[in-house]
Design a protein around this ligand. Sequence first.
Ligand code: FNR
Length: 182
Amino acid sequence: MTKIAVLVGSLRKDSINRKFAGALEKLAAGQMEFVFADLANLPHYNEDLWDNVPESVTQLKAVIENADAVLIVTPEYSRTYPGVIKDAVDWATRPWGKNSWAGKPLAITGTSPGAIGTAIAQNHLRTTMVAVGTAVMGQPELYYSYKPEHFGANGDIVDEATKTYLESWIGSFAGWIANTGR
Ligand code: FNR
């Protein structure tokens, strides 16, 4: 079973991105195990905190390092990705020489109620994740414009066309992980 560290860029309980990540988890069941990183207690990046490392930082780095690949599911805030993701990215690059991201296969997706479905946020994040040394899947892209009617009561995707596309995207991610040698 391929282990996937999942980072969700929204902390609110009714997050559509968390819901979308949960739907992807269900569709990937049997081939991937999703391990959700807890970003709620992560402080802003502060070099001084390495003197007494917060448990949330240690845990984040462990979740990434113990995974075969990483999936980031993020909203778009002010036409980029949210600060919680930037803090997670920065913490996991340090301490110097212990970059948890190095060589990890990674995919990015996200959802918003708007028509472009986080395209700009994902584009910015892709640049960042290349810079920190992950192997970012470039294609296929997945910009999901959120439609509540696509989801059943238990969080499953019930819209057949959407389900088919998402399953195919997960298959591409699995292929990407295999091809990058993890
Ligand atoms: C937003 N939203 C938003 N949507 C978008 O498509 N492009 C954007 O630039 C922004 N900017 C933005 C800024 C801030 C501060 C907030 C709070 C929201 C709307 C956003 O897509 C919507 O609130 C989603 O529901 C957020 O995702 P979660 O929290 O439901 O996962």
